[in-house]
Design a protein. Structure first.
Length: 330
């Protein structure tokens, strides 16, 4: 299990100050030392190691890409040049927002909060969602035709709303009775509740792991056999893409499957707060992003009539009392 001790994080501290523009010819600005202090500041303020590392790297990237003149301080022009370099780099919108957030955080830390710029709002991604019947079809196929660990991965997505990195990090000692205690994942330390199918599948897989690993999910083939899956989740993504393509003819990402699960839960009138709790979102707005409604959903609803009593509708009343052309009533 990963330690909560932030000292275990690997940072790229520079031995040569000039690599960050910190020599005496550029205003006597010691770049390495402020970044080291900023690292300590992040370790105190934040608990999640991924957040600490992201903000540190963002600040380092900021220093690497702005130009300093002798004896000068950071200016608004430096900030705008940096943002322009992010746009030229061809980064995605949400990635640029992360870099700007890190920059703003560092500017505030060094007492230059007046130079911060607004963080661009993240863009919602429309996912390729599928129906409940298609989800069940994929699960049945995996249960009957795939390795039990591959079936378990799919259950972690559908029954626990897990992200790929959460699956890769999952350990046996995180499982207690009908719960799994996720540690230091994207949403922090959270708790997921296991379905009966998950509990039984975990029990079978635990008995088959030989030798038993501390991690639930391990490589079952190749030269990495027995080692934990990569935290970036590429094997998990490949499995879900391959299985969905074979079963329903559509190549889905894990996030597509998660969005499909939550959308179907909304469509079947599950309490929204239950869906939020199952997804382990601290903010309900995050849960709503996974509720994908397209024009077809709206048209189906309109064509079958709304939920209101028809006796109060203009159309039904007008036809009963004074028949008119139906097309004139919208």
């Amino acid at each position: 299990m990963q330690s909560n001790n932030s000292a275990s994080i690997t940072f790229n501290n520079y031995e040569d100050d000039t690599s960050l523009g910190g020599d005496s010819q550029r205003g006597n600005i010691n770049m390495r030392n402020p970044l080291d202090k900023f690292q300590t500041y992040l370790e105190v303020k934040y608990r999640k190691k991924k957040s600490i590392l992201q903000y540190y790297r963002g600040a380092k990237y900021f220093y690497e890409h702005i130009e300093y003149k002798p004896t000068s301080r950071i200016t608004s022009n430096d900030v705008m040049k940096y943002v322009a370099s992010l746009n030229k780099k061809g980064l995605r919108h949400n990635s640029i927002a992360c870099y700007i957030q890190s920059m703003d955080m560092y500017l505030e830390y060094i007492g230059r909060a007046e130079l911060r710029i607004p963080i661009p709002r993240s863009k919602s991604i429309h996912r390729d969602t599928i129906t409940r019947q298609q989800i069940q079809k994929i699960l049945r196929y995996a249960r009957d035709n795939c390795h039990i660990m591959e079936y378990l991965i799919l259950l972690f997505v559908t029954d626990l709303d897990c992200r790929p990195h959460e699956i890769a990090l999952s350990r046996w000692d995180w499982v207690k009775d009908n719960k799994i205690f996720f540690k230091d994942c994207k949403t922090g330390d959270t708790t997921g509740y296991l379905t009966n199918e998950l509990i039984e599948t975990l029990r079978i897989w635990e008995g088959q792991q030989d030798p038993k690993s501390e991690y639930i999910f391990i490589n079952i083939g190749s030269q990495c056999k027995g080692l934990p899956l990569s935290v970036n989740g590429w094997k998990i993504r490949n499995l879900i893409r391959k299985t969905s393509k074979k079963v329903i003819g559509r190549r889905l990402n894990p996030q597509d499957l998660r969005a499909s699960v939550m959308t179907e839960e909304f469509n079947h009138f599950i309490n929204p707060k239950v869906i939020q709790r199952k997804a382990r979102h601290s903010d309900y707005k995050s849960t709503l992003k996974y509720n994908h409604v397209d024009d077809k959903n709206l048209i189906d609803y309109i064509d079958t009539g709304t939920i209101f009593n028809t006796e109060y509708k203009v159309l039904s009343k007008g036809i009963a009392e004074n028949p008119v052309d139906k097309a004139s009533h919208i």
